[in-house]
Design a protein around this ligand. Structure first.
Ligand SMILES: Cc1cc2nc3c(=O)[nH]c(=O)nc-3n(C[C@H](O)[C@H](O)[C@H](O)COP(=O)(O)OP(=O)(O)OC[C@H]3O[C@@H](n4cnc5c(N)ncnc54)[C@H](O)[C@@H]3O)c2cc1C
Length: 487
């Protein structure tokens, strides 16, 4: 009997767990370690963050689902990896610390034959003093369901003040020069603008999109050339036009270095320093890897070998430092397997990208102001699935090659949908293929396929987003025939 341990039940880890159990059956153990009792469909936190959805609509309990599926579940944080075992015991293991209220603080050791590190991002609010709901600068976040609920009540307060005739400055964007997930900030600004308009107070709101992107439409993927009904446009022009239409003022190339008493202190790429007072601000944190440490069998710290400086796990990517002009699609990982341990994988946000996708920029003061590469839900799900397939083959069909899914051969979609009604919503939808541009394959379209890279506005995108919400939650709840719904 093989033991597969999965650290993290988000998009990648939960997908891997469900497929592993389906493919391995009762003959092998699938064990999940994750700190939360509930699974969260994070993309719909945006709707929770404007009060259009309740927390309970984006969350479901993991324990009953794992019990039904025969997956062993530990509500705990993984802390330590011992990939070579320890002392006299050569069996690889991890050490965990329970967050389950009944066992809080207790520790345990879990042995494994195969390990999946799907711990996603650590929300690194502390990178910017004052940033986030747990510091005192006054900004909110929509990264978790709790954060989003808090953001919704802060937004409702701002709307109430406007209804009482008070002008409000609403800032939405990135809380550090190296943030990723600009698509989420873009979607949230779109939703906030919609809410304020619906509340009849649009004229009293100054809405600012505040970003580390070099120009609008970069989205951490270096921008896109869109095919729109036979015409070409850039994601920059497309986003600029959307913002102009909705009266959203952009501030680009910005790195907030401190948030204090309702003021964002920030530096721009030209090295200048500025202050931006706000009444409501939703600023995303930068991401880093989970706080994991690793030891070899003798007890020496080998964390540097397994993890990059940002705490994300090194996998089968080319991490050799290179100039931007030398970046290649082939630098990106395909199997997400650790180069050091043949039985460890890191799908989703947990893997260390080899380099950004956007052109890197540094201010004259040495501040890096460059979006980190996004790894959205669809790629995270696909990576979780192929890692499950690889492990299944290792156990049932040894000798087969690892399954592959490079972000340079995988598309992404971002749907910024506002409103939740079937007839009243609207959406700005982008698709790109591949996510990591391949300039050798698509030299004349900025590294992407001409027909599969597009930007559209309209109600249809809104329906797709709503469908994704219900479809993914259905799949993740492992309802009948869940596996027929693609990642
Ligand atoms: C506000 C917001 C909106 C978004 N909107 C979209 C969208 O519209 N479309 C889209 O495709 N993507 C969207 N994304 C991105 C999407 O949510 C991520 O791509 C996806 O969640 C990444 O999956 P993951 O499994 O790598 O990480 P996660 O889903 O974050 O899962 C990581 C899991 O690991 C757990 N964990 C952390 N540390 C440990 C530890 N030490 N031990 C054990 N477990 C641990 C976490 O609790 C979590 O359960 C959005 C993201 C945000 C923040």
């Amino acid at each position: 009997m093989a033991r597969v341990v999965i650290m993290g039940a988000g998009v990648a880890g939960h997908t891997a767990a469900l497929y592993l159990k389906k493919q391995l059956g009762k003959a092998h153990d699938v064990i999940v370690v994750t700190p939360n009792s509930q699974w969260n469909w994070i993309p719909s936190n945006i709707w929770v963050g404007v009060g259009k959805m309740q927390q309970k609509q984006v969350l479901f309990a993991l324990a009953p689902l794992y019990k039904r599926k025969g997956i062993e579940y530990h509500q705990a944080l993984a802390r330590v990896l011992r990939p070579e075992g320890d002392g006299d015991d050569a069996t690889p293991s991890i050490e965990i610390e329970y967050t389950d209220p009944k066992r809080k603080g207790e520790t345990a050791r879990l042995h494994y034959d195969y390990l999946v590190n799907a711990t996603g991002p650590k929300l690194n609010f502390n990178a910017t003093p004052g940033l986030g709901p747990d510091q005192d600068g006054g900004t909110v976040s929509v990264c978790t369901a709790d954060h989003a609920t808090h953001a919704a009540s802060a937004l409702a307060e701002a709307i109430a003040k406007m209804k009482a005739g008070e002008r409000q400055t609403l800032v939405i964007g990135t809380g550090h020069g190296t943030c990723t997930c600009e698509g989420a900030a873009f979607e949230y600004v779109f939703n906030v603008e919609h809410e304020v308009r619906e509340a009849g107070v649009r004229d009293l709101a100054e809405i600012i999109y505040f970003t580390n992107e070099y120009e609008l439409g970069d989205f951490g993927v270096g921008g896109m050339l869109f095919n729109q009904k036979g015409f070409q446009t850039t994601s920059k022009m497309w986003t600029e036009s959307l913002f102009r239409e909705r009266g959203v003022r952009p501030i680009v190339r910005a790195h907030p270095h401190r948030i204090e008493d309702g003021i964002i202190h920030y530096e721009t790429l030209d090295g200048a320093h500025h202050e931006l007072p706000f009444d409501f601000a939703m600023l995303l944190p930068p991401f880093r890897g989970a706080d994991l440490v690793a030891y070899d069998r003798e007890g020496n710290d080998i964390s540097d070998r397994l993890f990059a400086a940002n705490g994300m796990m090194k996998v089968d990517a080319d991490y050799a430092p290179k100039a931007y002009e030398e970046w290649k699609a082939a630098d990106w990982p395909k199997t997400y397997r650790s180069p050091h341990y043949d039985n460890i994988w890191a799908p989703g946000i947990a893997f260390a990208p080899p380099h950004p996708i956007s052109v890197p920029h540094t201010s004259p003061n040495g501040t890096v102001i460059t979006p980190a590469p996004p790894r959205t839900g669809m790629p995270a799900g696909i990576m979780g699935k192929i890692v499950a397939d690889t492990i299944t083959d290792r156990i049932k069909n040894p000798g087969r090659p690892d399954h592959e899914a490079s972000m340079a051969a995988m598309g992404s979609a971002c749907i910024a949908s506002a409103g939740t009604g079937l007839t009243t919503g609207s959406a700005a939808s982008m698709t790109m293929y591949p996510t990591v541009p391949d300039h050798e394959k698509y030299p004349d379209n900025n590294g992407r396929h001409r027909s599969f890279t597009s930007g559209e506005i309209g109600l249809a995108g809104h329906w797709i987003k709503a469908l994704l919400h219900f479809g993914f939650i259905y799949k993740m709840k492992a309802r009948p025939f869940w596996w027929l719904i693609p990642e």
